[in-house]
Write a protein that binds this ligand. Structure first.
Ligand code: ADE
Ligand code: ZN
Length: 346
């Protein structure tokens, strides 16, 4: 661990914004801003159950994960063509670059689109083209992780995998998202075993609203390399020990947790406790268009509410690179850039 030289408290927000960082937990469909939803609806002649951007935004008052997912899936209904997927991903990547995100591993939900008759090739081609352009035009490395929707069956996940395999060179990993409670990781044991044989990186949402038992089974049954969210792990001391010992990254999403009422207030968030317990926690935006903030808002609001330090800022950014699926030399190069930024603030 690098020991960070002290910096004045009033310079911390600028440091949080300036430091290079990786985003490891964001759903690209959750980056669709209301303005883009309406523009795409018009372009594709899709009718929406909201009269205006303002009315849609007013509906973003969530009480739990499901209340959000209902609106999130409705928003994604405007995506039909390859260019739509490109435009969505490009808008996110430009926004991420402005927050000094220099590496991103983004989730996509093919079943949300194939259920509406959109070919998985259209989805993957559009998103992948934006990732390629991000490297050359923004200097951001970006990769895709295909997520299965856990409220659907394992059989449907297998069918989705088959449909996507012809494009396997365009995504690096497999994840599990959507409604958590009642859909434990072990429901997808067989399909994750197959994805593992195929050589994909594996991640899963677990312990967002669901119990620590779901984090255990994501680790022991699905054999995932990272846990998405995982904040409920702090209820289980043995699990906290396991996560620390095995250096399993947790992709924590503070503003998401606030907006979906996982924590009543950001000041109650357990990010600092996870770091204090030695866990490889990271900060991420989840669905930034819906939860009121991209990466830098997640950092600055969480630090303001919880009083985390510059040392913890460095740790979170270093964790984001070390917890990513890039190779060891790229990790080192990114952490060197992180250290250089901290030097300019010392
Ligand atoms: N899909 C998009 N955002 C999600 C979240 N926070 N949890 C589970 N599934 C999701
Ligand atoms: Zn998520």
């Amino acid at each position: 661990m690098t020991t960070v030289r002290p910096i004045a408290q009033d310079r911390l927000p600028a440091l949080l914004r300036a430091m290079p960082k990786a985003e490891l937990h964001m759903h690209i469909e959750g980056s669709l801003e209301p303005e883009l939803i309406f523009a795409l609806a018009q372009r594709n002649a899709v009718s929406l159950p909201y009269a205006s951007v303002e009315e849609l935004r007013r509906a973003y008052a969530f009480t739990n994960l499901q209340s959000f997912l209902d609106i999130y899936y409705a928003g994604a209904s405007v995506l039909l063509k390859e260019q739509d997927f490109y435009d969505m991903a490009w808008a996110y990547l430009e926004r991420a670059a402005a927050d000094n995100v220099i590496h991103c591993e983004m989730f996509f939900d093919p079943q949300t689109h194939t259920a509406r008759g959109v070919d998985v090739k259209v989805v993957i081609d559009g998103l992948h083209r934006a990732c390629v352009d991000a490297k050359s035009k923004l200097g951001v490395s970006a990769a895709l992780i295909l997520c299965f929707l856990r409220h659907l069956s394992e059989q449907e996940a297998f069918e989705t995998l088959e449909q996507a395999l012809p494009y396997r060179d365009k995504f690096i990993g497999i994840g599990l998202d959507s409604s958590e409670v009642g859909h434990p990781p072990e429901k997808f044991a067989k399909v994750f075993a197959r994805c593992r044989e195929l050589g994909f990186h594996l991640v899963a949402h677990a312990g967002e609203e669901g119990p620590p038992a779901y984090v255990w089974s994501a680790l022991d049954v699905l054999k995932v390399e990272r846990i998405d969210h995982g904040v409920q792990s702090s209820k289980d001391a043995a699990l906290m020990k396991r996560l620390a010992q095995d250096k399993i990254p947790l992709t924590v999403c503070p503003l998401s947790n606030l907006k979906l009422c996982v924590f009543p207030d950001l000041s109650n968030h357990n990010l600092g406790a996870l770091l204090d317990a030695g866990l490889v926690a990271t900060v991420n935006s989840d669905d930034p268009a819906y939860f009121g903030g991209y990466m830098n808002e997640n950092f600055t609001q969480t630090f303001a509410a919880t009083g985390l330090s510059a040392q913890q800022a460095w740790q979170l950014a270093a964790n984001s690179f070390n917890g990513s699926f890039i190779d060891a030399s790229a990790k080192k190069a990114y952490v060197d850039r992180l250290n250089a930024t901290f030097e300019t603030f010392a």
